[in-house]
Design a binder for this molecule. Structure first.
Ligand code: SF4
Length: 210
């Protein structure tokens, strides 16, 4: 069945999903990267039993309706099978509303390429409503990053590192992440980069949301 037809047949889409006491928001299916390890490039949009396939980009009202009571969760995380900062206005609107409704902590899982995409530093806007960012660095050098993440734009690796610096400078809690087990990825070297930047580091497992 063609992909588009299959999408149109789905009645419900997962805009919000709960895991480990946190609420995850799935606001886009677009990406700046084309990661070779991404499930959507293996024909699957499923992550930890949640089908994250979207047929459309939800507006802020729809995301807020799906989120429910944000105070019920330890953390709200913008994270789906797409790059949330590609919908910066929606992200900021939703995050601001969730904060007003009692969200304790708001995090964005990101590729760190928003400044490259928008051609300006967006971290001053993020810091108003976002407490933390987890940036998928995924490699200890540009060549390894290009191999696994296949960015659509030039200069992505350096841009992600600069985004981490700017986010930290604007008071956002920054964590760099890398996935263990990818060929050529040196987790210890990724951790050293985080140490050099003065930010946190977390090793991730493939297909595990976090
Ligand atoms: S950034 Fe995430 S959703 Fe986008 S291609 Fe890479 S793994 Fe997939």
């Amino acid at each position: 069945m063609p992909e588009l037809s299959r999408r149109r047949e789905r009645a419900e889409e997962t805009l919000a999903y709960a895991l480990h006491g946190s609420l995850y928001l799935n606001i886009t299916y677009h990406c700046t990267l084309r990661c070779a390890f991404c499930p959507k490039f293996q024909g699957s949009w499923e992550v930890q039993h949640y089908d994250l396939l979207l047929t459309r980009e939800p507006d802020a009202e729809q995301v807020l309706a799906a989120a429910g009571n944000p105070a019920a969760y330890k953390e709200i995380v913008f994270c789906g099978l797409g790059e949330p900062t590609l919908r910066l206005d929606t992200l900021l609107t939703v995050a601001q509303a969730l904060k007003a409704q009692g969200a304790r902590r708001i995090r964005v899982n990101t590729d760190g390429l928003a400044n490259l995409v928008y051609g300006r530093d967006v971290t001053p806007e993020l810091t108003v409503v976002v407490d933390a960012v987890s940036i998928s660095l995924n490699a200890q050098d540009e060549m390894t990053y290009e191999r696994h993440c296949r960015p659509k734009r030039l200069g992505a690796y350096q841009a992600a590192l600069e985004f981490a610096r700017q986010a930290k400078a604007h008071g956002i809690d920054v964590t760099l992440t890398a996935i263990s087990g990818l060929e050529g990825v040196d987790i210890a070297a990724c951790r050293r980069i985080a140490d050099t930047l003065g930010v946190q580091f977390r090793q991730r497992e493939l297909d595990a949301v976090g």
